[in-house]
Design a binder for this molecule. Structure first.
Ligand SMILES: Cc1cc2nc3c(=O)[nH]c(=O)nc-3n(C[C@H](O)[C@H](O)[C@H](O)COP(=O)(O)OP(=O)(O)OC[C@H]3O[C@@H](n4cnc5c(N)ncnc54)[C@H](O)[C@@H]3O)c2cc1C
Length: 378
């Protein structure tokens, strides 16, 4: 189905992104996944080329461009070349960390962190999850206690994306009964990295444990107001969820298109796979589901740009599209036969890399809770 989301500027930007990925990412991505580490220098090059951090105001070196359609273009181009470890790291910056730094910082904090972010020299992470607190953030046990001009943090975080690479981490900690958010910089005394966790997918993208043992954080690194942390997290989750939805949609479509081409080429019983009605029906069902879901995603982007994407609609897109991705990729893998199980085929890599999308950013079950509670409330 023809989409009407983009304008000529977005298509021109697509050429820039495609050229950047072909030059700076595609030749190295396999090595990064094998080494379980992305060469940091690529982020500075990506930021310079405008691949991310576009929305940072011009006075801090950015382009001051908040239009989410540019993010969508990046998601689609990353999916097309299957550079998912790189893509997720970029998404973490744009869809997750940056918005806390844009929305909750005072001028002094903006001057401290935004220029480095714009230059791609500062990599960020967001640390909410703990061993005893995932879906239920009210279970967070990490504490922050004020001690004259600093805060002393104690506790442990887990599953933190870019936890090893990050130069600054937005940390949710308990200040008395309520949560507050802090920016913890790389060299804060008492801040230690734990294990780099071994995952089934996204090997290039690091996921880590973090420890705070009497970690010292300057008082000036409190984000927003003390005690408002839970509200800040809740108000920023729709953007994070839109990011997961946009990536999932793009990967689903890209892998489907590669699979359709594979089925047209692959011969079995003396004819292309697409000669079999079952295969055509498989492809027809997937193509339909993808187009229907894409309409919702494109509409979500328009709503987000207008400041009207509700937490409920963001939750609907997140669970539906990430579950669609899971179904479609499984069917696409099957249509590749044994080749679908080989990591050299994009479908195999995407199958493991994307599995996490129904889990992080809020699980499918929690998305349904959010939607269901809203319906029950009438
Ligand atoms: C690769 C990866 C990267 C991540 N990156 C980050 C990050 O950068 N920062 C960060 O803070 N966190 C991150 N996370 C953590 C992620 O957000 C959590 O794993 C997720 O929110 C689920 O929490 P949990 O793992 O504790 O599962 P649990 O909350 O223990 O849930 C276990 C199961 O129970 C279900 N469940 C829980 N409560 C309910 C309920 N009320 N009703 C029905 N079912 C329920 C869940 O849906 C799930 O299926 C990451 C996780 C992974 C795997």
């Amino acid at each position: 189905m023809r989409r009407s989301l983009y304008e000529p500027d977005h298509e021109a930007y697509r050429d820039t992104v495609r050229e950047f990925l072909a030059r700076e990412v595609v030749p190295h991505h396999e090595d990064w996944d094998r080494d379980r580490w992305i060469d940091r220098a690529v982020f500075a090059r990506a930021a310079k080329a405008g691949i991310y951090a576009l929305q940072i105001p011009e006075e801090y070196g950015g382009a001051g461009e908040p239009d989410y359609r540019y993010r969508m273009v990046v998601c689609e181009e990353v999916a097309r070349v299957n550079a998912l470890s790189f893509g997720v790291t970029i998404s973490l910056q744009d869809d997750l960390v940056l918005h806390y730094l844009l929305d909750l910082t005072n001028d002094e904090q903006k001057r401290r962190w935004l220029p480095g972010f714009t230059a791609g020299e500062l990599i960020g992470a967001l640390a909410m999850t703990e061993p005893g607190a995932g879906s239920d953030l009210r279970g967070i046990r990490t504490t922050a206690v004020r001690d004259s001009d600093r805060w002393i943090l104690n506790g442990q975080k887990t599953f933190i994306s870019s936890g090893i690479m990050a130069d600054l981490v937005v940390v949710a900690a308990r200040t008395g009964e309520k949560l507050s958010l802090f920016v913890v910089e790389r060299d804060a005394p008492g801040f230690e990295r734990g294990r780099k966790l071994d995952k089934i997918g996204l090997p290039g993208q690091d996921t880590a444990e973090l420890y705070f043992r009497d970690a010292e954080v300057p008082a000036a690194h409190l984000l927003g107001e003390e005690g408002h942390g839970l509200r800040y997290l809740m108000s920023h989750l729709p953007r994070e969820r839109l990011g997961v939805t946009a990536e999932a949609m793009a990967t689903t479509r890209a892998i489907f298109e590669q699979t359709a081409e594979y089925c047209r080429q692959r011969q079995a019983f003396g004819a292309p796979l697409t000669d079999k009605q079952h295969i055509r029906f498989e492809l027809a069902e997937m193509a339909t589901e993808i187009d229907v879901a894409q309409s919702f995603v494109d509409q979500s982007v328009i709503a987000y740009n207008a400041g009207e994407l509700t937490p409920i609609d963001a939750a609907k897109g997140k669970w539906f599209v990430s579950e669609l991705q899971k179904r479609v990729l499984d069917r696409c893998l099957q249509l590749h036969g044994g080749y679908g199980y080989m990591l050299e085929y994009p479908v195999a890599r995407a199958y493991v890399d994307t599995r996490v999308k129904t889990i992080y950013g809020g699980t499918t079950e929690i998305m349904k809770e959010i939607i269901g509670r809203d319906i029950a409330a009438g």
